[in-house]
Design a protein around this ligand. Structure first.
Ligand code: 5RP
Length: 219
């Protein structure tokens, strides 16, 4: 099976978690795109969606799914998104697509986070994938120096501006043994909007696409 076939399989499996008449929180990236396409097939069953990026909002609208603002609704029953790395504790690195801040907001407002991954994303220790940080532009050098002090090697994502008008630093070289603590430490650096560790609010369910089928992990 190709990686895309695994992503499609988990996207199809996620549809079973979508309650009738709900507003669905929708993530960003190639796996989330497969989910959006599946959601399009059951659009009459749902009321609307909240998108974690302009790109996902656009794709949802192309399927005829209404996109609403998080500020106009209460909490969401589910949020469905991919990840760049995930552990068996359902802690994640996210933000490869640069949408980490809105993803973290939608995840925080959702009762259940369903994470969709192909098997290459499951790791024992987070950190092989460079950790993305969304930073206020004037603080990028300062934040980069603070990350060096924490043992990381930060690199500015060239030519990329987030949906919120900020920059991304991708930090490699971090062996993340305590993701909850590091998430808080990095978020406390002035100028960091948020970082791509999703550990304080991890996933509730992981649907993992493997060559022998979709495996389900719960927190
Ligand atoms: C975007 C994300 C994505 O969920 C993450 O990068 C995984 O993307 P893909 O499904 O394309 O592998 O966090 O900001």
């Amino acid at each position: 099976m190709t990686q895309d076939e695994l992503k499609l399989a988990v996207a199809q499996a996620a549809i079973a978690y979508v309650p009738a008449n709900c507003i669905v929180g929708v993530g960003t990236g190639s796996t989330a795109n497969f989910f959006i396409d599946e959601l399009g097939k059951i659009k009459k069953k749902i009321c609307a969606a909240v998108a974690s990026s302009e790109a996902s909002a656009q794709r949802l609208k192309e399927h005829g799914i209404q996109v609403v603002s998080l500020n106009d609704i209460g909490s969401l029953s589910i949020y469905v998104d991919g990840a760049d790395e995930i552990t068996r504790h359902l802690h994640m690195i996210k933000g490869g697509g640069g949408a980490l801040t809105r993803e973290k907001i939608v995840a925080a407002a959702s009762k259940k986070f369903i994470c969709l991954c192909d098997s290459s994303k499951l790791v024992d220790v987070l950190g092989s994938f460079p950790l993305p940080l969304e930073v206020i532009p004037m603080a990028s050098s300062y934040v980069a120096r603070q990350m060096v002090l924490l043992g990381g090697q930060p690199k500015l994502r060239e030519g990329f501006v987030t949906d919120n008008g900020n920059l991304i630093l991708d930090v490699s070289g971090l062996k993340i043994l305590n993701p909850i603590e590091l998430e808080t430490t990095i978020n406390n650096i002035t100028g960091v909007v948020t970082n791509g560790l999703f550990a304080r609010r991890g996933a509730d369910v992981l649907l993992l696409g493997t060559t022998s089928g979709v495996q389900t992990f719960t927190a």
